[in-house]
Design a protein around this ligand. Structure first.
Ligand code: PMP
Length: 430
């Protein structure tokens, strides 16, 4: 497959301007330059349709980032766009609450197993922060165990490598457990059991839960009087309409939703047992001006309705299964399975690269991404499928992937990635 003739001129021009006025040139590290191959990957995207995007220099790509997983339906999806346009004419935000808040809440109660009561927020971070505050208020305890990244707020990142600006004292209030490693949680509960308010974890990232990890974790948290919170910011509406909790058939006390909720509009939710909200609501303060912003509410209602009517999560499973099989088939044909593998369950996939003799895993992943982007396939850190991804897109992707694997294999055989890497290797975020 031919390498595209591309220009990054306008991308680079915008970036040069951005670095003077925007810290790191981005609002989200996952969209920033460091997480892509600098010098090869476009920096600025201008528009999108379905699963295709066009950068500011006019090059078209098949997008596997799908706006950081927020677009389950796809760019410019008519049912959602029309709902937003209709709402725009009626008003974007009001002086009093709006009926769409009730409609959306009822819709989520209908579909999400743990959802009895909720609050809307704007971002995944503010939803998880609200969940932690609810859990602390409900249990009267202050410490939490987190699994992965649950947002940029103080409570979560206090014990991370990027904790500059966060009061040191908060490091005593958050611990990290390891997915599928119940012992790591048991040890933390044995040490701090009396003061743990909640465990917050993703239901699944790429590794499948083993040995009944999720029910055992829930049981452990409850044994010590802590709540279990599922962070479904990524998995929600994707693994099943009711989230990964529905797929794995395990109901948490609280759960957070965000990315997949509204096909790209800024809205998130914290939801769970009504009794938790009822107990604390008079003395807790969770309140935000744009929580009832109506374009996002309208988009979310249209999105969830469409996901339900078109059985979109089933489609994500089917198309994701095909994508994963096709990736791994080609990897096997090139005898690269020792180094490269498509991992995860179909609604949330990733290409995992392993180090060879003198090539780090990150360098090899960078090379793989570089060769795809040169051929019009935009791979980001994670691969997100959508309702707009079709067989013909996958066919094109595989043509590019075949070439990308040839280059990776050559680099491994030569034990030299620098000869092939045309830009800077990506830098993981946290
Ligand atoms: N939870 C998870 C699991 C996430 O992946 C993210 C963001 N990637 C967040 C929370 C935070 O969401 P936001 O960036 O919308 O604040």
């Amino acid at each position: 497959m031919k390498v595209l003739k591309r220009s990054l001129k306008r991308s680079n021009e915008y970036y040069a301007r951005a670095t003077k006025v925007i810290m790191d040139g981005t609002q989200l590290y996952s969209k920033g330059t460091k997480i892509n191959v600098q010098g090869v990957s476009p920096i600025y995207l201008q528009r999108g349709k379905g699963c295709h995007v066009w950068d500011v220099d006019g090059t078209e790509y098949i997008d596997y980032g799908m706006a950081v997983g927020t677009l389950i339906l796809g760019y410019g999806y008519p049912a959602v766009n029309n709902a937003i346009k209709k709402q725009l004419d009626e008003g974007t935000n009001f002086s009093l609450v709006h009926p769409k808040e009730v409609e959306l809440a009822e819709l989520l109660v209908e579909h999400i197993p743990c959802a009895e009561m909720m609050r809307f927020e704007k971002t995944g971070s503010s939803a998880t922060t609200a969940a932690i505050r609810l859990a602390r208020a409900y249990t009267g305890r202050e410490k939490v165990i987190r699994g992965e990244y649950h947002g940029w707020h103080d409570w979560c990142l206090a014990n991370s490598t990027h904790n500059l600006g966060i009061p040191k004292v908060l490091q005593d209030y958050v611990f990290t457990g390891k997915y599928n490693d119940l012992e790591s949680y048991k040890m933390l509960f044995e040490q701090h059991g009396e003061s743990i308010a909640a465990v917050i974890t993703e239901v699944i990232e790429f590794e499948e839960p083993k040995d009944n990890f999720l029910p055992k974790l829930k049981e452990l948290a409850h044994k010590y009087g802590a709540l279990i919170i599922f962070d479904e910011v990524v998995t929600g509406f994707r693994f099943s309409l009711g989230g990964a909790q529905e797929y794995f058939n395990i109901v948490p006390d609280l759960a957070t939703f965000g990315k997949g909720m509204s096909n790209g509009m800024p809205i998130s939710a914290v939801t769970g047992r009504a009794e938790i909200f009822d107990k604390v609501h008079e003395h807790i303060f969770i309140s935000t001006t744009f929580g009832g912003e109506c374009l996002s509410l309208a988009a979310a209602i249209a999105n969830v309705t469409e996901l339900h009517e078109k059985k979109v999560p089933d489609y994500l499973w089917d198309i994701g299964k095909k994508l994963k099989n096709d990736f791994n088939k080609l990897i096997n044909e090139h005898e690269l399975q020792e180094y490269i593998q498509c991992i995860g369950l179909p609604p949330r996939l990733n290409l995992s690269y392993k180090a060879s003799d003198k090539i780090t895993a990150i360098e090899l992943k960078s090379l793989g991404m570089q060769e795809m982007v040169k051929r019009g396939i935009l791979f980001t850190w994670t691969i997100f499928t959508s309702f707009s991804l079709h067989d013909k897109d996958i066919e094109k992707t595989m043509e590019a992937f075949d070439d990308s694997l040839k280059v990776c294999k050559q680099a491994i055989q030569d034990n030299d990635v620098k000869k092939y890497l045309e830009g800077k290797p990506i830098v993981p975020i946290l």
